[in-house]
Design a binder for this molecule. Sequence first.
Ligand code: CA
Length: 359
Amino acid sequence: MKRRDFIQKAGVGSLAAGALIAPNIVNAATQFKWKMVTAWPKNFPGLGTNANLLAKMITEMSGGRIKVKVYGAKELLPAFEVFDAVSNGTAEMGHSGAYYWKGKAPAAQFFSAIPFGLTAQEMNAWLYYGGGMELWRELYKPFGIIPAATGNSGVQMAGWFNREIKTIDDLKGLKMRMPGLGGEVLRRAGGTTVNMPGGELFTSLQSGALDATEWVGPYNDLAFGFYKVAKYYYYPGWHEPGSTMEALINEKAFNALPKDLQEIVLTACKAANMDMISEYTARNNQALDTLINKHKVKVLPLPDDVLKTLKQLSAEVVLELAARDALSKKIYDSVTQFRTQVTRWGSISEQAFLKARSL
Ligand code: CA
């Protein structure tokens, strides 16, 4: 006992004495000024505000040792240049969706949304406990970027259309904005896929440059006012069943942080990830009510036959992506195996319960 008392006292004493001069205390006072560039309009509900929340959490949790300043799309650079900006160090952080980077790393699409793939809860399970996060890091490593999940939209809507969709043929010749793998599926169904940032969608629908667009769900779609320029609002978002938003972190900037600040950055991303799905689940309900009752929007289901065809085409598209390179195959195998397992468990848990609740 005496020996332990001595060691404890000695330990405390040396810590107290060292605190005044230890180099790690000098480091603790170091201020890091980070720029966070985003793919969203500044302060855009849900997406832009998640970036703001993430920046605020990092700044406050670190006691101001990291100060993160958020830039909306076009403020510092265009939405689709976020990845390059974080890769080359123009910005220390980014906030976006991984499917925007299919031209740089095709397999990035696996980490935002896979048509007929994982829901929000399943996606987080795969990322945090199913090996997904390790694969994502491996994919971005050559770009000097560390990824982190920082939000999930939940199941999205199929989109806004200026015509009714009764059969798969109604998709033929349709000019629709749809990013990622869903866009490729739509192209194979005969549509013309366009990708453009959210901020340009309203005027494109209005001018007729687009016949249809998907964006997110009621909460975000109401904010853009799509109900003013398209008549039909279809569900479900087969193409984005649980889209993950990503934080991009410049690897060198991350490595320059002391350990506690690194942990704060990653933990803030996890907290922001949980925040977004909670916010969307709550606010989509209110927005849907406004769209239906105030703006008289027609909310319609895509017919089962249309969904079945889209599902077949999706399987082809995802399999082809897997064949692009060894890492894509590895990611595909991981997520496919996880989906099979989680579907089996889900059918006797969530799915069975939701059915029971609706009886
Ligand atoms: Ca979307």
